[in-house]
Design a protein around this ligand. Structure first.
Ligand code: FMN
Ligand code: ATP
Length: 313
């Protein structure tokens, strides 16, 4: 797979099947679209090309007075997810206000068809692109039939009962602590990379030392405040841990911290190291305890609970 920094830099004028989208979270719907795209390209011995955007279009078109949107994956993680699919090219098209104002058909002609001999598109039924999201899957199909001569395969929506699987809904699951469902719809748990930073060094006096974490991507969603059972990947080893996201009200804390106690391990000198934490299960709310002893008792309970919990990959 090759990563190309814009459609202008795509080598040659490849014949290809194409898909477009942001693919945040690489959920079951995304997987269905991409696997079908790769399959069709292989059958017809042409290239498979995925066009995505950076920054995420929502960052550009969103009303600036609203809270900035946070994502399931950083751009780097989006690429990592896509790297294992067998795609030939991922094109990361820079997205700006000019692009946001382009009509779908103009984007199609001036950007895509200028660089790619499009044999067909494979896209989800919900997909829209172009100014005001006016170019729908059906419209693209009509354009292919009537004007441009390419095929459009529309992939029916993957859903789970009433739950529509899309990035927006999965972001909401993560933001509300529903880690099991997020994992079910992405086929893997929500994870967060970060760097170990120094904390107040109080944890060790509680017999629960913690690694304090600074997320690597400031745009990533932070799950709702509370305690989670997690897996921690650090220095090529994996451990079970319990993570607290919150302000530590017992100690009158006033800013959000993310910290993890790695269960039954002595880990030293990790400041500055990178780790990756997978969130499996929301355990409880963060609470204000009347005494440090009460907090310690609760941490013992949390530890027992997390140790007993089976974390399936
Ligand atoms: C699993 C876990 C659960 C926690 N739960 C709470 C809590 O409910 N309330 C609270 O005030 N602090 C809670 N804490 C935070 C501790 O107060 C914190 O680890 C301690 O203040 C150490 O901070 P330090 O790493 O900056 O030294 C929790 C920490 C962990 C690891
Ligand atoms: N549940 C689904 N089933 C099938 N295809 C899907 C599903 N969800 C998204 N797709 C398709 O995957 C491609 C990429 O989608 P994209 O990441 O742009 O949006 P999304 O997952 O719907 O997220 P958002 O909520 O941010 O709009 C599109 O073709 C889209 O139609």
């Amino acid at each position: 797979m090759e990563i190309i920094s814009s459609l202008d830099n795509l080598p040659g004028n490849p014949e290809a099947y194409v898909t477009i989208g942001t693919f945040d979270g690489f959920h079951l719907g995304h997987q269905k679209v991409i696997f079908r795209l790769v399959e069709r390209a292989r059958e017809d011995q042409v290239k498979s090309i995925l066009i995505t955007f950076a920054p995420h279009p929502r960052e550009i078109v969103q009303n600036p007075s609203r809270e900035p949107i946070r994502f399931i994956n950083s751009l780097e993680e989006r690429i990592q997810n896509l790297a294992v699919t067998g795609l030939d090219y991922i094109v990361i098209q820079p997205f700006n206000q000019y692009m946001a104002n382009l009509e779908g058909e103009v984007f199609l002609e001036r950007y895509i068809m200028k660089r790619i001999r499009v044999k067909g598109f494979v896209i989800g039924e919900s997909h829209t692109f172009g100014k005001d999201r006016k170019c729908t899957a059906q419209r693209l199909k009509a354009l292919g039939n009537q004007k441009y001569g390419f095929d459009v395969e529309i992939i029916s929506r993957v859903s789970d009962g009433d739950f529509i699987i899309n990035s927006t809904n999965i972001r909401h699951l993560i933001a509300t602590g529903n880690m099991e469902s997020a994992k079910k719809y992405m086929n893997k748990p929500f994870h967060m990379k970060g760097r170990v930073i120094s904390g107040e060094k109080r944890g060790r006096t509680l017999s629960f030392p913690t690694l304090n974490i600074l997320p690597s991507s400031p745009k990533k969603i932070i799950p709702k405040e509370g305690v989670y059972c997690v897996k921690v990947h650090i220095q090529r080893k994996t451990f079970k841990g319990m993570c607290n996201i919150g302000t530590r009200p017992t100690f009158e804390g006033n800013h959000l911290t993310i910290e993890v106690h790695v269960i039954d391990q002595e880990l030293n000198n990790l400041y500055g190291r990178e780790l990756d934490m997978e969130f499996f299960h929301y355990v409880r709310e963060e609470m204000k305890f009347n005494s440090v002893d009460d907090l310690k008792k609760q941490l013992e309970k949390d530890k027992k609970y997390c140790k007993e919990l089976k974390l399936e990959d």
